[in-house]
Write a protein that binds this ligand. Structure first.
Ligand SMILES: Nc1ncnc2c1ncn2[C@@H]1O[C@H](COP(=O)(O)OP(=O)(O)OP(=O)(O)O)[C@@H](O)[C@H]1O
Ligand SMILES: [Mg+2]
Length: 399
């Protein structure tokens, strides 16, 4: 998905560029603004997230060139394209000096335009290779809240922590992770993807996921146990290899089934979150899970115990859990039936449907614990760099 900002002098040409973008078949988000390049300063914050800036103009003034130069200097990921009906050698040279790398004459040639777009998409793909943190959510018993926790944690990381997040629903029965985040049906399932695994590439993958937030995709579960049974660990391995490069966090809703497929996800996970509640059967099932993880060779510190619907008045307390499972719970989530039901029935994450609920707040704390913010040196914000300084010197081109 490429993020495009179009700044166009002519409304009519802006509409035509929009139509060409749609026809190109390239996945994109377009924001269109009327005006000149010199007004880029107004979009300083947005430029940070933009891959392609298209300027449509008859001419470029010194102020336009200065603003373009600042934009390309301070948003290094940005590719600048100029579209003009009045291209001259002088204009071409000035635009290139200001950081414009693609210059096209109006009327646009659809093929040339599509070729430039695919360069931008290729550049973005090369820049955005990531190494996702894979987190798996498992439970010894059904109905403990594994999917609710996994899906809502994913949403918080995407919407409030600006991470690119993918949820992979590995449930073998009637997988429902998508239902907790959207009321729209997913375009495809993990089973659909795996049965066409030879076609797998970034574009095919993108066509298979449900985009529930600009930062959050969900790969829906197989949908029924028969189809789920056909999935192969080697297929999931290929999917995970691909998605690790595209997302910051990959969350696998494993549920209860431990089989070659889910072991593939667990092997690749940095942390395995075991969700349980405060009853003896839950302790028993969780103990068996932890024993199994020991047999699979996982270090004890790879697992995190998450107690859902925690109530301190319950007979089985935190000390009992620690004694039985050999580790203190990493997090305690409160019971909040009203908020949980309200969110689930609307197909909305808790952070949107019941933002101030105790459960939403507790999931936010869990997000920080599982994905702590990395220490980054203080960055000068683009907005500050664009802020007007005394005098008019800031918009001067360097040539
Ligand atoms: N902290 C909570 N407070 C109140 N209700 C909750 C809480 N967590 C989950 N629930 C509710 O419990 C039910 C089961 O949740 P969920 O589907 O997430 O469990 P699961 O472990 O994924 O189940 P399954 O075994 O079917 O995969 C849902 O109705 C959900 O809204
Ligand atoms: Mg579930």
């Amino acid at each position: 998905m490429i993020e495009i900002l179009l700044v166009a002098a002519s409304d009519e040409r802006a509409r035509e560029i929009g139509a060409l973008l749609r026809d190109s078949g390239m996945a994109h988000n377009l924001r269109s603004e009327a005006g000149d390049a010199r007004h880029l300063v107004r979009h300083a914050a947005h430029l940070k997230k933009t891959d392609l800036l298209i300027i449509e103009a008859d001419a470029l003034s010194a102020a336009d060139l200065g603003a373009l130069e600042q934009a390309s200097t301070h948003a290094p990921q940005l590719t600048c394209m100029l579209v003009t009906p009045a291209l001259s050698t002088d204009m071409l040279m000035a635009a290139m000096r200001a950081g414009v790398r693609h210059v096209l004459s109006w009327p646009l040639d659809a093929h040339a335009f599509a070729r430039e777009l695919s360069h931008v998409a290729g550049k973005k793909h090369a820049q955005t290779r990531r190494a996702a943190r894979v987190l798996s959510f498992v439970a010894g018993k059904g109905g403990v809240g594994t999917t609710l926790v996994a899906a809502n944690l994913a949403y918080v990381l995407a919407a409030a922590r600006d991470k690119r997040v993918l949820v992979v629903d590995l449930n073998q029965l009637f997988a429902d992770a998508t239902l907790l985040l959207t009321d729209k049906p997913p375009p495809a399932t993990l089973h659909d993807l795996c049965t066409q695994i030879d076609r797998l590439d970034a574009a095919f993958f993108e066509a298979c996921v449900a985009r529930v937030h600009p930062n959050l995709d969900v790969l829906a579960g197989a949908g029924d146990p028969v189809k789920a049974g056909e999935l192969r660990a080697s297929q999931l391995q290929r999917v995970l290899e691909l998605v690790r490069e595209q997302y910051d966090v990959v969350i696998c809703d494993v549920g209860q089934e431990i089989n070659p497929l889910s072991i593939q996800a667990l092997d690749q996970s940095e942390a395995i979150c075991v969700v349980l509640q405060q009853t003896i059967p839950h302790l028993h099932a969780s103990r068996r899970l932890l024993d199994l993880f020991g047999q699979l060779g996982y270090a004890a510190n790879k697992t995190r115990l998450i107690v859902n619907c925690y109530d301190k008045r319950e007979q089985v307390g935190v000390d009992d859990i620690e004694r039985t499972l050999g580790a203190r719970p990493a997090h305690l989530l409160p019971p909040d039936e009203k908020s949980a039901r309200h969110a689930v029935n609307q197909g909305m994450p808790l952070a949107a449907a019941a933002k101030s609920s105790a459960l939403a707040k507790s999931i936010d704390v869990l997000a920080t614990a599982l994905c702590p913010a990395q220490h980054e040196p203080a960055k000068r914000s683009l907005a500050r760099l664009f802020a007007p300084k005394a005098g008019a010197a800031q918009l001067k081109p360097s040539h």
